[in-house]
Design a binder for this molecule. Structure first.
Ligand SMILES: Cc1ncc(COP(=O)(O)O)c(C=O)c1O
Length: 376
């Protein structure tokens, strides 16, 4: 083993902190969606499966019945194929220069314009494409007034055998909101788009619109697939109770007593109002602990919530252990599924003014991921 290979080993990255990912939670969450809705599940494993690790999560999702995988970038698709995932993969952000590789990997690509379609067609390996209609999010997708032109061009190239239109899709703008009116409007537009595509001669095998929350709230029996991200990782926007899969663990690195009136961390933003024990947690904003969470954040150690005090630094932060006789090496749960009284990723998101997706995705590469199978 050379030095570079050994850098990938846990021993070199250290074992003070780890993100423990319970793959049985991923499987359970896929099964929950499959039980509740008629559509097939596309597991969204972009951004390294929201920080959980794309290949292990994708394998678990497929084992539990997900029939598609979705990613945002070419390197993410490549990693899945290299990891042995053979199910259909859809990717939606790619550069023209990557099309040859995507074709070789048999990865479906999203197409929003005739110009994009022509770039796909110019690559000899036949691509499966999903035509994307902008139904209101106003990010990617064909403008409705260019849809007929796009579907006709796609039908033309399909007849020549240069491309295969496997899917038609769109993305909800209010997918996480109970305000379903906009989603219903988008579904209606997509339905119109599908019938226009059919009129142009296209026969897509999958039509898809909904994300995790939309999968539950939007009644769309004519859609074949739902694209599940948040729900896969236990982020619950609709009350169906998916299980959080990631637990961020650390160990107290140092413990010391300070006196009333002494300050903690940079700038002494925190001044102790009594003699107390402070303990160092070896995780910082470089590891994804949000700096802005400091006013309310806490962690769990010895079954007790310990408030974060003083500024969160790049590699470490300090907690107030009060008069508890804690020792270096004691386990700390930064966040978990909440069942043991530890904070959740949602708590951290609220403390930081963000969403749990951001917390999970932010857990940095210095934190090793360890996979386990929980007992259910
Ligand atoms: C295009 C697309 N579809 C589906 C999803 C999954 O959405 P959610 O995480 O709300 O399930 C995402 C992720 O953000 C996405 O970008």
């Amino acid at each position: 083993m050379n030095l570079v290979q050994s850098l990938d080993r846990r021993a070199v990255r250290g074992t003070l902190s780890e993100a423990v990912v319970d793959l049985s939670a991923i499987r359970d969450n896929v099964r929950t969606f499959r039980r509740l809705i008629p559509q097939d599940v596309l597991a969204v494993v972009k951004a390294d499966a929201f920080g959980h690790g794309a290949v292990p999560v994708a394998r678990a999702a497929v084992e539990a019945g997900a029939t598609w995988l979705g990613v945002a970038r070419t390197d993410e698709a490549l990693r899945l194929r290299a990891g042995g995932l053979t199910v259909p993969i859809l990717t939606w952000l790619y550069d023209a220069a990557e099309l040859m590789l995507l074709g070789d990997l048999d990865v479906d690509v999203s197409v929003s314009t005739v110009a994009e379609l022509q770039r796909v067609v110019s690559i000899p390996s036949v691509h499966n494409v999903h035509l994307k209609l902008d139904t209101g999010l106003h990010r990617a997708g064909s403008a409705p007034d260019q849809w007929i032109e796009l579907t006709r061009a796609a039908a033309h190239y399909e007849a020549l055998g240069a491309v295969a239109v496997r899917g038609i899709w769109s993305h909800l703008s209010h997918g996480d909101s109970p305000e379903a009116l906009q989603s219903r409007r988008q579904l209606q537009l997509l339905r119109t788009g599908v019938s226009l595509a059919r009129r142009a001669g296209l026969r897509p095998s999958v039509v898809h619109l909904a994300n995790s929350a939309g999968a539950i709230t939007l009644d769309a029996p004519d859609c074949d697939l739902v694209r599940i991200g948040a729900g896969l990782y236990g982020i619950d926007e609709t009350g169906i109770g998916p299980r959080p899969a990631m637990r961020l663990m650390s160990k107290l690195a140092q413990v010391r007593r300070i006196r009333a009136g002494e300050g903690v961390s940079y700038g002494h933003d925190y001044i102790a109002d009594r003699d107390t024990t402070v303990a160092l947690v070896p995780l910082g904003y470089a590891d994804g602990i949000p700096r802005v969470a400091v006013r309310e954040a806490s962690v769990l150690s010895r079954g007790v919530r310990m408030p974060v005090i003083g500024r969160i630094a790049m590699d470490q932060f300090v907690v107030d252990a009060g008069d508890l006789a804690v020792e270096p090496g004691e386990p700390v749960t930064v966040f978990g599924d909440g069942s043991d009284g530890a904070p959740t990723a949602l708590d951290w998101a609220e403390w930081a003014g963000t969403i749990p997706h951001d917390i999970y995705c932010g857990i940095g590469s210095r934190v090793p991921r360890r996979y386990e199978e929980g007992i259910q």
